[in-house]
Design a protein around this ligand. Sequence first.
Ligand SMILES: Cc1ncc(COP(=O)(O)O)c(C=O)c1O
Length: 412
Amino acid sequence: MSAAVPNYAFTDPFKEIYIPPIRSLAPYASRPGTVSLSGGYPAPELFDVEGLQEASDRIMPNLRGFLQYANVEGQASLLAALIGLCGERGIACAPDEIMVTGGAQHGMALLSRVLLAQGDNVIVEDPAFPNTVQAFRYTGAHVHGVPVTSAGVDVDALDEMAARLKPKIVSVVASFSNPGGATVSRENRLRLLQLAVKHRFLLIEDDPYGELRYCGEKVPPIMALADAQSRPWVAYTSTMSKTMAPGMRVGWLVAPAEIRRRCVSAKAADDMSNPVWIQEIAAQYITGGRYHEHVPRIRAAYGARCEALDRALAGMLGDRVGYVKPEGGMFFWVRLAGEIDATRLLPYAIEKEVVFVPGQGFYLDPARHVDRHAMRLSFVTVDEARLTLGIERLARALDACEAREPVAVSLA
Ligand SMILES: Cc1ncc(COP(=O)(O)O)c(C=O)c1O
């Protein structure tokens, strides 16, 4: 006989367990033979196993020193390497403005924790990366969505919302956003900085994808465009997840020193530090030159996949879909042109062995404001041939859905 579950009196944000839209698709996406266009997972065959092995071998003679407790803010070797990477991106940062995190997501969680309290207002793009929204919601803050277009966040709408809501934080993915794939222009990046100063909110630039540009003109990160007046109002999170390996859980955060100090304190309460050994491997990987050799390789491979998906969509779905080809990153945001809503199409797609994420789950309030015809297609995890196969299957799924054929797959 099982014991009754005690009443644990969970805090409000944890009364219901949030399951991101992608997680519920995982059993279908992992079926043998299925083409998954759903997860934002880097291509495993492109992981630089040899380079990481080499970096690992190089640090081994000093392993004893890397088995001890260490600085919460990160290993000096990795911090120096990350300051170098920031410099290459145009971001000057002092040692007291940077810390190592367990990924960009962890940076977001730390910033939320030190800045947000119950009832504070936060603005994010709508649709947004769901984990970011959760990090904010777990603090008890009210999360509001600013509309986005194919050019990224709607800056005029943000100005109006910020005047009304007085948010403490506004968070944006300005380069190759998730899920929308959009990139904010230089001009609008400068406007975002002006708005941060005007409305006195912290502008968090979440930048996991900035290095993955395949075409178009390079635009500096928002933080690189900040001047003395706006820089105190910007924080920057980035990661090795998309360019090196998400399983290493290495990311970083750049923020004004007063904020960063508190994030270090919050991290001490979290996990004491990131694994020291892994940080040393990452530092060696960067400073030994492998990182800079590897990124162009993935850029080339992902760029070719981006082209392949574009060709397949244009060739096989034509005017049945609408989209703006992203200039980088991992995602196409595709709208079905007819009456069909993406959630209705999904069971047909699963039956034809292709999986995508319906756009609905990325909106802040799926019950209210959503584009039901939108879907997110990830193009990096599978090669060109499988991307083409996936779109061929999607076209057949769309035929079957339009013909209202019976479908055996039923999603909860
Ligand atoms: C916009 C955005 N932010 C943060 C993350 C999390 O990245 P990390 O693995 O560095 O925590 C992702 C991952 O998909 C993302 O798309």
